[in-house]
Ligand binder design. Sequence first.
Ligand code: HEM
Length: 229
Amino acid sequence: MKIAKLQWAVHLGALLTLAWLAFAFFTGRLGANPIRELTLRTGLAAFILLGLSLACTPLNAFLGWGGVMRVRRALGLYAFLFASLHLAVFLYDYGWIAGEGFDAGSVYQALFEKRYALAGLAAFLLLVPLAVTSTRGWQRRLGPRWQTLHRLVYVAALLASLHFIWQTKADLRVTLMYVGAVVALLLLRLPLLVQAARHGGPEARTPPRVAESSEPDEAASSRPDPVRR
Ligand code: HEM
């Protein structure tokens, strides 16, 4: 697929999912418990997008699919967007009490008394600095520390996986398929990380095999992304 088409596919895929969720919610197509359904679907979308952003580096390093490096940042930012919506729906679900307004105590209880919610919160909090520093400006300002910081995404992905497993009440098999895919993507990175450590730090990582180009946009292949590692 041409790079521009891939970029379009990512933006369209994420924005159409968002539009469809809003449409389904406001037209009563999310079943008997639309808020819970919205929580589940935004959570799943965030998890899948996080997984896809983690897939970019191995696809580039091992299969030479350099074009995917151009969409990695967008995938990471969309993962963060869906995770933020997921959290917002959760806050509404647990905090809003009809007739009484927002009750911070209920939210506090829901967040800190359930291990799955705590793992989700920790994953989300780790994604925040990655999203904030996902710009070129921040990459320049932080220098080599930027890549070290962005390796936090591995921890965030593991915490999100725990969160996913712990919140599953019935059949674990589907959950384990998603989590297994993310863990496999993390394991695939080990050789790249070992190689980087041997050659003296993050800058010595296997370079992206994406083609160099003089087009300004092409430079985006080496741009940072919120879940860059
Ligand atoms: C403060 C942060 C978070 C809170 C409070 C939270 C809360 C929740 C809740 C309440 C559910 C539904 C449980 C149920 O009704 O059975 C859920 C499901 C889920 N969450 Fe989160 N979450 C958080 C962060 C995240 C993050 C950062 C991700 C991924 C990047 C994520 C991914 C998921 C997934 C994949 C599901 C299950 C979806 C499914 O079963 O289809 N969550 N979360």
